[in-house]
Design a protein around this ligand. Structure first.
Ligand SMILES: [Zn+2]
Ligand SMILES: [Zn+2]
Length: 241
């Protein structure tokens, strides 16, 4: 009896949600037609997929390969696996900037859909998610941390706890447009762990992966705190070189 009541309540809540918040494509606004998807087929086809890509840094490769790219072979990054399903170019670059700097939060479920699907390529051993922390002041000014918005649905889909005790100590200048060496200098000691990290394989989540300098610093810090492996999931890979 109770189960039946609960079932009917859940059905009613779903119906209400559909009525009040109909699902539509986050890129073009087209209604989903009952599919429940936030990215329509047409817009999905317009997104530039980052495949094949290096498994250690998500750099696009000319041909699929089990071997990492040349740069990763010479200097292996501190990551187990890096997945970035899209290339940071039109139209997702515009969408990410609108989301991040102009609070167009309606993009979030569309980005989540893309990330959750891409997360299938990540190792099963991942046992916690870490959204790249923003400095407290920047988060207050922005009103949200885009990495948390992106990590939450992935963590929920995979049943992962979110790590919340890593903080950004210094407000580093915006990284975009800076040469790699400058980025590394800016990031030195930028993050700190408050307390313990109870995870063996952490998934760092961010919106855009550029040189990977931020994730590298975080990975090294996590490893200093006893984390065995670190993987990375980002929505898009920027090609800088
Ligand atoms: Zn669309
Ligand atoms: Zn690589």
């Amino acid at each position: 009896m109770l189960t039946e009541v609960r079932r009917q309540l859940v059905a009613a809540a779903r119906w209400l949600e559909q009525e009040l918040m109909p699902v539509s494509c986050v890129f073009c606004g087209e209604p989903d037609g009952g599919s429940g998807r936030y990215v329509c087929d047409g817009c999905a086809a317009d997104l530039v997929r980052n495949a094949p890509a290096c498994r250690r840094c998500a750099l696009p490769l000319a041909a699929a390969s089990d071997l990492p790219c040349g740069a990763c072979q010479v200097r292996p990054p501190p990551f187990h696996t890096v997945v970035a399903p899209l290339v940071y170019t039109y139209p997702v670059d515009v969408a990410i900037r609108q989301f991040k700097f102009h609070r167009k939060l309606w993009y979030a479920p569309g980005f989540a859909e893309i990330l959750v699907a891409a997360a299938d390529a990540l190792p099963a051993s991942i046992d916690a998610a870490l959204p790249v922390p923003l400095h407290r002041l920047r988060q207050v000014r922005r009103g949200f941390n885009q990495a948390i918005e992106l990590a939450a649905p992935v963590a929920q889909a995979r049943g992962l706890p979110m790590i919340r005790n890593v903080v950004r100590r210094r407000q580093t200048p915006y990284q975009s447009g800076l040469p790699a060496a400058h980025r590394r200098r800016n990031l030195k000691n930028a993050f700190a762990v408050r307390g313990r990290i109870d995870a063996r394989h952490v998934l760092i989540v961010d919106d855009v992966l550029t040189t990977g300098a931020t994730c590298r610093q975080l990975a090294l810090l996590l490893k200093q705190h006893g984390v065995g492996s670190v993987s990375v999931l980002a929505l898009a890979r920027a090609i800088t070189d």
